[in-house]
Design a binder for this molecule. Structure first.
Ligand SMILES: [Zn+2]
Length: 451
């Protein structure tokens, strides 16, 4: 499961009206603020890939001002906009509270999130069946605590305060802030005056500034306690041109797969959320926690996917499972993480190959096992056809062992192997072995629900 922020951004054609090109005014006291574009978009668009930078990036102080001037002076112009639903064109960016917060009603004790959202996307939550729903109450003292870790690179982490069974909900929380992962900028007419800086570099700069401005507006609306919680989070984007707030968003955001602009879900249309507790969970290629997002309660839910013992640190993986060590490390680099987990330490060309291939191999093996499981056994005397025995399972059991060694028991593929092997043993009448696989499947399946 991925962590949050889109560090590689792809910019594609948009209709000219779809770009939010103005910015809201921090001085307005209205409950909801709107930014609205005023400029004429360029007629011709080309596809631009904008990769936000990380690491130490030299950024001449005057470059932003020059780029903004050449690009479009209106881009960062403040536009005051009163909240009027009738007057919210679909592509306008709003900064709002969710659940809605009203002046005449006490705030929700479970909190409100600041939400930077396209006007057309907001109804997806407001009109979602069950919205607004309260967060699930977890009885007893918290099963987690935040404390320092021995790893000075990451500082703090989240630890279990008691034994937690796979599948259990550990905690749930509303995000402090939710924002788009990507903000469209119309392509510039020309940056020729600013050579030798590339067009991509200048667009990066503008996008990051625009993000920072929007985040600042959202921050200014938060309670002081929430502001402090947000500002206390780690920022590993201090030298790449990200502003302080964007740096925190990039470091700590969780992707929300259920929440995206438009009809079609793509990476750059997703939203990302930063939370008070969950954002402090560190990465490990062998996670023990996953998260889900509930639209009706607008909250993250963090669940155990393995049994966790009291005192253990909670981890989830910022990377997908089918990446080699080098790919995982490249993905983690923008977060300032150098993973030294057991799986990374023991990585070999063979384990990389296993990760790249295990999904395809599992599908192939399972298709065979399923065929055998429904096969009619011809046991007439002298027949050698359709002989079914447990030796047929050998390749899939070898794969099962390799996945276990690679600590991939939490994957759907591993559970699918257990389930199908159990069915095959059952067909063979080997109840004890069938039950052993079923038991392992059931234990893992308790922790399997995912976003
Ligand atoms: Zn690792």
């Amino acid at each position: 499961m991925k962590r949050g922020f889109l560090n590689k951004m792809t910019k594609k054609e948009q209709s000219p009206s779809s770009d939010p090109t103005g910015s809201p005014d921090p001085s307005t006291a209205s409950a909801e603020k709107t930014s609205k574009g005023k400029e004429e978009a360029p007629e011709e668009r080309t596809e631009t890939v904008i990769n936000l930078l990380y690491g130490n990036v030299e950024d001449p102080p005057a470059l932003f001002e020059s780029a903004a001037k050449v690009y479009n002076p209106n881009l960062f112009k403040v536009v005051i906009k009163s909240p009027d639903p009738e007057d919210n064109p679909e592509d306008v960016l709003l900064i709002t509270n969710i659940p809605p917060r009203r002046e005449d009603v006490p705030p929700d004790p479970q909190g409100h999130s600041e939400w930077i959202v396209r006007a057309s996307t907001k109804p997806k939550v407001i009109n979602h069946p069950g919205f607004p729903q309260a967060l699930r109450i977890i009885n007893g003292p918290p099963a987690y605590e935040i404390k320092e870790t021995p790893d000075t690179m990451v500082g703090g982490g989240v630890f279990a305060t008691r034994d937690i069974k796979a599948g259990k909900l550990i905690f749930t929380e509303r995000p402090l802030i939710v924002a788009p992962r990507y903000i469209d900028l119309p392509d510039p007419q020309s940056f020729q005056d600013l050579e030798p800086y590339t067009r991509e570099r200048l667009l990066q700069l503008l996008m990051m500034r625009k993000f920072e401005l929007l985040l600042k507006l959202a921050m200014d609306r938060m309670d002081e306690e929430d502001q402090n919680a947000f500002l206390a989070l780690r920022n590993c984007h201090k030298e790449d041109g990200s502003g302080p707030l964007l740096g925190i968003l990039r470091t700590n955001g969780f992707g929300i797969n259920k929440l995206y602009d438009g009809e079609e879900r793509t990476d750059r249309k997703l939203y990302t959320g930063v939370t008070r507790i969950g954002s402090r969970i560190n990465h490990n290629c062998t996670p023990n926690v996953i998260y889900k997002f509930s639209l009706p309660s607008f909250s993250f839910q963090f669940c155990a996917i393995t049994d966790i013992q009291a005192g253990e640190q909670l981890f989830f993986s910022f990377c997908v499972t089918d990446q080699s060590k080098a790919e995982r490390h490249a993905e983690l680099a923008p977060y300032g993480i150098i993973c030294n987990c057991r799986v990374c330490e023991h990585a070999t060309p063979e384990t990389d190959k296993l990760r790249k291939e295990y999904q395809r191999r599992t599908r192939q093996y399972i298709a065979k096992v399923q065929q055998w499981t429904v096969m009619v056994i011809d046991d007439s005397p002298g027949s050698s056809r359709n002989v079914l025995n447990e030796e047929r399972l050998e390749p899939i059991l070898v794969l099962r062992d390799a996945l276990r060694e690679e600590r991939l028991q939490y994957t759907d593929e591993y559970r699918a192997i257990l389930w199908n092997v159990h069915l095959f043993y059952k067909k063979l009448g080997m109840g004890v072995k069938a039950n052993a696989f079923l038991e392992e499947f059931s234990a893992l399946n308790r922790g399997s629900s995912r976003q």
